[in-house]
Design a protein around this ligand. Structure first.
Ligand SMILES: [Ca+2]
Length: 173
């Protein structure tokens, strides 16, 4: 089955299942690029039609090595832009608790203490406004998703810690 066919099937499913649940590019704009846009192999989105694709890598590395790994794969460490993405990524990380309950994302304050940025330079507004658990940052400069039950959330830890990590790439035409 061709990529295009799979993509169209996915769009049909969205049209059948998702009307009203979230904006469906396919439903509202049948001529948009949505029909041809798919995540790279091994990557998936938090919501249908999103161009933001994620992959959990179960190797354990320090934050900088994890970032380099994602860059070599054509992306960067994940940014998180809303609650739906947050829940999606957290559930990914929970599956790796036998390895590590922490998974690196792109948030860091390496350049300037206390000034957190995403490695993709995207907006941190959601993170600051909606994050239920912005933890005490302390002297630690790299942020992981903590998936421990009861302690779920963003957690800044020492950058050299060995953690699994989440890479992010754009959907491709
Ligand atoms: Ca810091």
């Amino acid at each position: 089955m061709g990529v295009k066919t799979v993509s169209i099937l996915a769009c049909v499913l969205v049209a059948l299942l998702g009307t009203g649940a979230y904006p469906s590019n396919c439903h509202n704009h049948p001529t948009s690029n949505c029909h041809y846009r798919v995540c790279p192999n091994g990557y998936s989105t938090a919501k249908a039609g999103s161009h933001r694709c994620f992959q959990l890598v179960t190797k354990q590395m320090g934050w900088q090595d994890a970032l380099d790994y994602c860059k070599k794969d054509g992306g960067t460490l994940a940014s998180v832009h809303g609650y739906q993405e947050y829940q999606f990524l957290l559930s990914m990380v929970k599956k790796t608790q036998g390895i590590s309950a922490y998974s690196w994302i792109g948030l860091n304050d390496l350049d300037q203490e206390g000034s957190f940025v995403w490695t993709d330079r995207s907006d941190t507004e959601w993170f600051w406004s909606k994050s239920a658990r912005a933890q005490q940052w302390g002297e630690e400069d790299c942020v992981a998703l903590n998936s421990y039950t009861g302690a779920e959330g963003f957690d800044d830890i020492t950058c050299s810690s060995g953690c699994t990590f989440i890479c992010m790439r754009a959907a491709v035409v």
